[in-house]
Design a protein around this ligand. Structure first.
Ligand code: 5GP
Ligand code: MN
Length: 326
């Protein structure tokens, strides 16, 4: 893909860059942040990596992961902010408005529905991962790849393609990952860290998640519900949840899978209303990003999500109603 020369120059000429991505970061958010961070550092540019959420333990193997800050320093005089893997600025979390005030903001993303925020943007929903776009940005900046950058890019592509299984897996995903191997990325080690290192609490959570599966709409809709009670009982954390929804989608005949997760905190008191994160997955016959956008969320054709304050029974009924026609 073509990267605008203007944006590459903007990055190269920056002096103090904030690099951030969506909260509850995945391998693409983290891999993209680190690959870009290391590349700008190689150009002697001062960088700060910021993410609101704790870093999932399975990504502890990524280079420089410990230098990602969870605290946004307002005193720092950033001239550029790069926002990665966010379809909308608010996906960053609490610091979104402060980051918006930084003099130049660059939005780099691969989501289908991007709000096109920012002063500069590189948005391409054909790329499997933001890490693919970052690969091109690094090339354009003339920075040499090394093992650390290669490991980070590889991780972003591996995780966002569901280990090269999802329909977004194009030739470029293999080509770039092959090239990253040439620079030292080790596929088996990376995969072992990400997929072979689960907590026992996650396994307990899987048991409860499977127990909760409901099959509706003549077998085309499946719902997993993770209540706060289940999360407390199993001791599971947010980082134990990614991937669980696939059990609901992998069932023969299921077109849309839903995972409703009650937040541990942020209870809106009274009226029985709670905060939930809803994940949606499709087998390819339904665009779940359009369903998520009905609830002010977003995502991709086959994977989307949103946050909502609601009563669990109302939310469930509304989802079943909206998904009933598939
Ligand atoms: P997940 O279900 O794993 O949380 O997210 C699946 C996809 O939906 C991801 O690509 C993610 O970026 C997007 N997504 C999840 N939650 C939200 C949300 O609250 N708002 C938006 N715009 N996108 C979301
Ligand atoms: Mn991504």
């Amino acid at each position: 893909m073509q990267i605008s020369h203007k944006i590459t120059q903007k990055l190269i000429n920056s002096k103090n860059v904030l690099i951030t991505a969506h909260k509850n970061p995945d391998g693409d958010a983290l891999g993209s942040m680190i690959a870009l961070g290391l590349s700008l550092k190689a150009l002697n540019i001062k960088i700060t990596m910021y993410n609101e959420s704790p870093i999932p333990a399975k990504y502890g193997f990524l280079p420089c992961i410990d230098s990602i800050k969870q605290h946004f320093c307002e005193k720092e005089n950033y001239d550029t902010a790069v926002i990665l893997d966010c379809s909308d600025l608010n996906r960053i979390g609490k610091a979104a408005q402060k980051i918006d005030k930084i003099s130049s903001t660059i939005n780099i993303d691969h989501h289908l529905l991007n709000t096109e925020f920012g002063d500069f943007k590189i948005i391409n929903s054909k790329e499997s991962a933001t890490a693919e776009i970052i690969y091109h940005v690094i090339k354009n900046m003339g920075v040499c790849f090394n093992k650390d950058i290669a490991t980070s890019i590889y991780t972003g592509i591996l995780t966002d393609t569901g280990s090269f299984r999802f329909s977004n897996t194009g030739i470029s995903a293999f080509e770039i990952c092959g090239e990253m191997m040439g620079f030292g990325a080790e596929p088996s080690k990376i995969a072992e860290n990400i997929y072979g290192n689960y907590s026992l609490n996650r396994i307990k959570l899987i048991m409860k998640a499977l127990e909760s599966i409901e099959i509706l709409n003549n077998g085309s809709l499946s719902i997993i519900t993770l209540t706060r009670e289940i999360l407390i009982k199993t001791g599971a954390r947010d980082e134990d949840i990614p991937g669980l929804i696939n059990y609901a989608l992998e069932i023969n005949g299921v077109k849309v899978a839903v995972l409703i997760k009650q937040h541990m905190k942020d209870i809106v008191k009274n009226r029985g209303i709670d905060k939930f994160h809803v994940s949606l997955r499709s087998d390819g016959s339904v665009d779940v990003s359009s369903i998520a956008s009905l609830y002010h969320g977003g995502g991709h054709y086959r994977a989307a999500g949103f946050d909502i304050n609601a009563k669990l029974c109302d939310l469930r009924a509304d989802l079943i109603n909206k998904l009933g026609s598939y």
